[in-house]
Design a protein around this ligand. Structure first.
Ligand SMILES: Nc1ncnc2c1ncn2[C@@H]1O[C@H](COP(=O)(O)OP(=O)(O)OP(=O)(O)O)[C@@H](O)[C@H]1O
Length: 388
């Protein structure tokens, strides 16, 4: 569903139609070294997933507890339903997690697990058919799920920025990229019309676009997907938001550029103390760039733990299978053929308490009627009646 363009909102960077047009790619010019793009790992040399974790001891749980004591975002018991002709889709149920200040959290799960719906609910840009039926999302004293649209409009783009997959469709195809960054600086950053163009060029420089003065005058169709995503990062970080939500930021971008985009995104976020929620299919990416991972399955959060704990000691059977199905640093959740069964039909009125029950070889009778959510180790949460 992430392909579905989010609802247009003047306060969110413009969501317009695909640029189309000639793919005259000026991003890398003849004779110009591809900026920052790293070489792909040769086949067969991909490291084990645990090897891709940063070296050093498992971060002390206390550090995460401290981050969560006064989090940037605290989501509790979020439930979202969609009305469809075939019935009500219970897309999310009892979803909860926090993003600590300065923390980078990955939201991972298979297609349809509810990652994008979670992000759209937080941003208040759900489809008209979607409805938040329960929950709270505390962000700096505001409950995002119950705030009036006017308040949300002030928060979006200024305090919370979002980066979507397919940057070409997220940028305005008929406006030079420098002006698009300047627009955001003027609208949300308090910049004056005179200084905004220079500030926009500076942002292009920060996302390491070469010759930023000239690139500022380029249209999205004149840039590669990777360049457009850098522009989106520049737009998203232009006003120094408190929280950045990135929905599959590297989808559709060639493998060599993906690492560059993630380096930039997380590097700039850390540099500026911006908290980030990174939605991804890619466990390797989560392990490499994030502090904590929240695993979703069929609209439930099944596990939530610091990266090293999760990868070293997965406690939910689904997480364990995901890790087993992702043996190398460069495989992703797209390679999930080995996980038996499929996601349950979320329209069923008699959904079991645990939505993983049909795929689980550790299921108990009790999983039909109740689901235990608990902190199984410090800062390590699991929703399972029979954890590993
Ligand atoms: N407009 C809609 N109408 C009905 N159901 C919807 C709608 N949007 C999302 N859903 C349902 O909500 C559930 C969660 O979808 P969501 O797109 O959040 O998953 P996802 O984890 O982001 O998947 P992907 O990785 O493919 O983007 C799915 O079962 C999906 O079918």
């Amino acid at each position: 569903m992430s392909e579905r363009p989010p609802r247009a909102d003047p306060a969110v960077p413009p969501q317009l139609t695909p640029a189309g047009g000639p793919a005259a790619d000026l991003a890398v010019e003849p004779g110009e070294a591809p900026p920052l793009d790293t070489a792909p790992t040769p086949p067969g040399t991909a490291p084990n997933l645990l090897d891709s974790l940063p070296p050093g001891p498992i971060p002390p749980a206390a550090a995460f507890s401290a981050a969560q004591a006064e989090p940037c975002l605290a989501v509790r018991d979020l439930a979202v339903s969609f009305r469809t002709r075939g019935g009500t889709v219970k897309a999310l149920e009892q979803v909860g997690f926090t993003v600590g200040r300065g923390e980078i959290v990955a939201l991972v799960g298979e297609s349809g697990s509810g990652k994008s719906v979670t992000a759209y609910a937080l941003m208040g840009i759900l489809d008209a058919a979607g409805e938040v039926t329960a929950g709270t999302a505390q962000f700096g004293g505001t409950d995002l799920l119950h705030a009036p649209e006017r308040t949300l409009r002030g928060i979006r783009g200024r305090d919370i920025s979002m980066i979507f997959q397919n940057p070409r469709t997220a940028l305005n195809p008929i406006r030079p990229v420098g002006k698009q960054i300047a627009d955001v600086l003027i609208r949300h950053g308090g910049a004056g019309r005179r200084e905004a163009p220079a500030a926009a060029i500076e942002m292009l420089r920060r996302v390491r676009i070469t010759d930023p003065e000239r690139r500022a005058r380029a249209y999205p169709y004149e840039m590669s997907g990777g360049m457009c995503q850098r522009v989106m990062i520049a737009i998203a970080l232009a006003c120094r938001p408190k929280l950045l939500i990135a929905d599959e930021p590297t989808t559709g971008i060639d493998v060599t550029t993906q690492a560059v985009i993630m380096d930039l995104l997380t590097g700039l976020a850390r540099e500026s103390g911006v908290s980030a929620l990174v939605i991804t299919h890619d466990l390797a990416l989560a392990s490499e760039y994030c502090d904590r991972v929240v695993v979703m399955h069929a609209g439930h959060v099944v596990e939530d733990a610091p990266v090293r704990d999760l990868f070293a000691h997965p406690r939910h059977p689904y997480t364990a299978r995901l890790l087993a199905a992702t043996p190398t640093g460069h495989a992703s959740l797209a390679d999930l053929a080995s996980i038996p069964g499929s996601l349950p039909d979320l329209r069923r009125p008699d959904l079991p308490a645990c939505r993983y029950i049909g795929r689980c070889d550790r299921a108990l009778d009790s999983c039909q009627v109740s689901l235990q959510r608990r902190e199984i180790a410090p800062s390590h949460l699991v929703a399972c009646n029979n954890p590993l």
